[in-house]
Design a binder for this molecule. Structure first.
Ligand SMILES: [Zn+2]
Length: 554
């Protein structure tokens, strides 16, 4: 992840400062060694190394199956390890089986490689090592190399601020030059489409996406944060904040000898006590996307200025910590996501139920203690300052953690959306997410809310190849004729909040944002924007419909 605040980054001062607090996880190593282990943590694995490592695990253990999650734009296989005892032949094989499904993903940004090494180590130790087995209660899905195209561009010139591996790392982007961690909503990459197929088919209760950060200076080598989108289930959001956050911190410290803090950056590096802020809440980020789908979701970011081995072992310890917790609390976690599904299905009937369009950052209940450094401030003129860490450590207490993205603007949460422009790209996107879409079999004249666009703005800078669109306007009630074939998306489905995030015109990360509706909104002649071709149902009228596609949704 890029830093949320810009700070001047000099070469790290932190090498070795953690030796006293990091006890390497003791590993019972049987089975193959990863590239990182074989090279004494001076190199990271190539695509071919990962494939050979997985083949060796398959040769040595019956508890792993491999699925093809996707093929990258440059033609590389993206394998998904399905680890279980027994390894289920398909999601259908888990019916009547009370094992919970857990998903871990690494190397989404091809320069952020320690998760890739830790994921391979974890797979090996689950299958062959003397580690405690989780497999009587969990099925563990692992995608160790989610961005093989980025990975293969290994060069010592990439991520030069990061401490090792000396042999270099890959690049951030995939073979389409896109950032996979911005593709959660538009689904333009085969990698993220492959992930969403896995989410729809296997429905993991827990998701983890492993990265390396680039930002504020502190001593803790491992950071993480939960899915932050406020339209996700309130019960899951508070569980992650109130239960998981302190529990993971404690277990990492006590069981694995590793310090953690939540992911973030100082609001003002010159004044660290002012606050610590995570990434934004937009569901283009995959951890927020999965949170919006009402599942437990984790963004993991290693600290880049400690050595590579410490980062790999830190990521490994975090994966183990979550597995330990999920193993012990499987029933509670499964109940939590089932309750979240029930709550999602019941939404939209109360007039007070709101969908959040815009947020502002507020602190969570418990402030943080961050082991940082005394900062050296240099005035650069023009009011600009550069903040650099000194070698003197300093602990900052009572730091507000601005991770509660609270509503700044909301609209009423509707019962459904009628899409009067049955655009194939819109339909394809909704179905790819797993959203159930119907179409009208008979024409209908129904009262709806229509959105009149008063202002249509294109971004001045390209983002992921898009000049993203922003609209402002207002809803008004109209009675309108909808012909047969009009698409209907009900919010009374498990993915209802995701559907609203995609279809609300003023959503900060919806299909309007990503230009799906530009051709309908901007008239060829004249300056006045056209009405948004998606209408809201606040009440569900009599409609005769048929489900589009196989309606698998989930
Ligand atoms: Zn990243």
């Amino acid at each position: 992840m890029p830093p949320q605040v810009s700070i001047a980054i000099s070469r790290p001062l932190l090498l070795g400062t953690l030796a006293s607090v990091i006890a390497p996880a003791s590993l019972a190593q049987t089975g193959p060694l990863t590239t990182a282990e074989r090279s004494a943590f001076t190199a990271t694995s190539r695509h071919a190394d990962v494939m050979a490592f997985i083949a060796e695990l398959q040769r040595l253990s019956t508890k792993v199956r491999v699925e093809l999650m996707a093929t990258s734009p440059e033609g590389r296989a993206i394998p998904l390890l399905v680890i279980g005892d027994p390894a289920p032949a398909s999601p259908a094989a888990l019916r009547g089986d009370d094992r919970a499904v857990v998903y871990l993903q690494a190397n989404i940004h091809g320069g952020e490689v320690e998760g890739k090494e830790a994921a391979q180590m974890l797979a090996r130790d689950l299958l062959l090592g003397g580690t405690p087995t989780y497999l009587d209660r969990l099925v563990i899905l692992i995608a160790p190399n989610f961005n093989p195209d980025g990975n293969e561009r290994i060069s010592a010139a990439n991520r030069t601020n990061q401490v090792g591996p000396g042999g270099g790392v890959g690049e951030r982007y995939n073979g389409q030059n896109l950032d996979l961690n911005r593709d959660g909503m538009k689904l333009e990459t085969p990698e993220v489409r492959g992930l969403v197929r896995v989410l729809n088919r296997w429905d993991p209760a827990f998701f983890l996406d492993s990265h390396t950060h680039n930002g504020s200076y502190h001593q803790e080598p491992v950071t993480w944060v939960w899915g932050l989108n406020p339209n996700g289930d309130a019960g899951i959001l508070s569980f992650m904040e109130d239960v998981m956050l302190p529990e993971v911190e404690r277990r990492m410290r006590e069981t694995y000898g590793t310090l953690t803090i939540p992911h973030g950056d100082f609001v003002d590096p010159a004044d660290p006590a002012r606050g610590w802020v995570p990434l934004g809440p937009e569901p283009r980020y995959l951890s927020n996307y999965v949170g919006l789908r009402n599942r437990l979701s984790v963004l993991n970011e290693q600290y880049p200025y400690v050595d590579f081995e410490t980062r790999v072992r830190g990521a490994y310890s975090l994966f183990r910590t979550f597995l330990d917790y999920l193993y012990e609390h499987r029933d509670e976690v499964v109940r939590l996501v089932r309750d979240a599904d029930r709550r999602a299905l019941a939404r939209g009937t109360a007039a007070t139920d709101a969908f959040v369009l815009a947020t502002e950052a507020r602190p969570i209940a418990t402030p943080l203690t961050i082991r940082g450094y005394e900062m050296e401030i240099t005035e650069l003129g023009n009011g600009r300052r550069r903040a650099r860490p000194t070698e003197r450590t300093r602990t900052y207490g009572d730091v507000p953690y601005l991770a509660r993205w609270t509503p700044a603007k909301s609209v009423r949460y509707p019962r459904g959306y009628l899409i009067a422009a049955p655009d194939p790209a819109v339909l394809d996107n909704l179905l790819a997410h797993g959203i159930t879409v119907e179409h009208l079999v008979e024409p209908a004249t129904v009262p709806v809310e229509g959105f009149t666009v008063t202002e249509l703005t294109g971004a001045r800078r390209s983002n992921q190849g898009h000049y993203t669109t922003t609209v402002t306007g207002a809803y008004g009630t109209v009675a309108r004729d909808f012909p047969a074939g009009t698409l209907l998306v009900r919010t009374a489905q498990v993915l209802g909040p995701l559907a609203a995030a995609l279809l609300e015109p003023e959503s900060d990360d919806g299909l309007v944002t990503w230009n799906f509706f530009d051709r309908y909104l901007a008239a060829q002649w004249g300056n006045q924007p056209q009405p948004y071709p998606v209408y809201r149902l606040l009440e569900m009228p009599y409609l005769v419909t048929e489900t589009v596609g196989d309606g698998s949704g989930r």
